[in-house]
Ligand binder design. Structure first.
Ligand code: SF4
Length: 273
């Protein structure tokens, strides 16, 4: 939804869906919910309906309007694979990511089984694209580690883990087939603390497996003061990105129009041009 983002590991956010429901302890202090609920009932505001799930088809083709290649966090205010999102709509979002291929997309979910199932079936066309990074959130052993297994069963070209908020020592992790790991602590009021040893263990495992490691933040109530240095330095590693050039404006409009046309008449997607 925003051409620029303050999230450390991305350039922009794109939200063709708004709202979500909580599924595990990592959701407890969901920043998206806190933000969205602030505007519940505010007439005309994008979050007038708070954090209730809402498809936003008018945002679907937004990546075609950006004039430089970006790293895009998809659905920073939602989860593409939550139950209430129809397969057809997830398909439309994936078509845009495949079509506007000059951007690199980061799709992060806690619904790892649906991610695996759709990418093995209806969304297979988007699974092996180098410009789409598919990731799961990992906050603890109980909920997070099974998601890694599901991700490894997904036929994705680029898989990543967002280990945030890290709530405990998650122990040994199987990093086979994983291209990127982000680690971060929880921030804001009531933030649950993260211990250095938990982070160092993950950094060590990434190094041993040659997996790029990104340390996002220590978090805490004073996130800015606590910063993002680990042992005197920052860790800003990324997977390889495909270099791409944005086509001219009229080509972008044609690409977007072709995608809109392919969904015209679909009552679930209800695209507008
Ligand atoms: S899955 Fe993500 S967006 Fe949804 S409630 Fe949990 S933290 Fe928030």
């Amino acid at each position: 939804m925003s051409e620029h983002s303050t999230i450390e590991w991305t350039d922009a956010t794109w939200n063709p869906i708004r709202g979500c429901t909580k599924v595990s302890p990592g959701c407890k202090h969901c920043y998206a919910e806190t933000f969205a609920e602030r505007f519940r009932g505010v007439k005309g505001h994008p979050y007038e309906q708070g954090f209730d799930l809402r498809l936003v088809p008018e945002k679907l083709t937004e990546p075609f309007s950006w004039r430089s290649p970006k790293l895009v966090f998809v659905n920073s205010m939602s989860d593409l694979f939550q139950e209430g999102v129809p397969d057809d709509y997830a398909n439309a979002v994936s078509q845009v990511m495949v079509g506007a291929s000059w951007h690199t997309y980061q799709v992060l979910t806690k619904r790892s089984e649906r991610l695996r199932d759709l990418l093995s079936g209806k969304l297979e066309f988007a699974a092996d694209k180098e410009n789409i990074w598919w990731g799961v959130s990992v906050e603890d052993r109980k909920y997070g580690l099974p998601r890694i297994k599901h991700l490894q069963q997904t036929p994705a070209r680029v898989r990543f883990l967002s280990i945030e908020p890290l709530l405990e020592d998650i122990g040994p992790i199987d990093l086979s087939g994983i291209s990127w790991v982000i680690v971060g602590g929880e921030s804001g009021f009531g933030a649950r603390p993260m211990e250095r040893e938990w982070v160092v263990s993950i950094r060590r495992q990434c190094k041993a497996s040659r997996v790029p490691f990104f340390f996002k933040q220590w978090g805490g109530v004073r996130k800015t003061r606590n910063g993002r240095q680990l042992d005197g330095r920052t860790y800003d590693e990324y997977p390889r990105r495909v270099a791409a050039v944005v086509p001219d404006r009229s080509s972008c409009i044609s690409f977007a129009q072709a995608i809109l046309n392919s969904f015209r008449g679909n009552s679930l997607v209800q695209l507008t041009s």
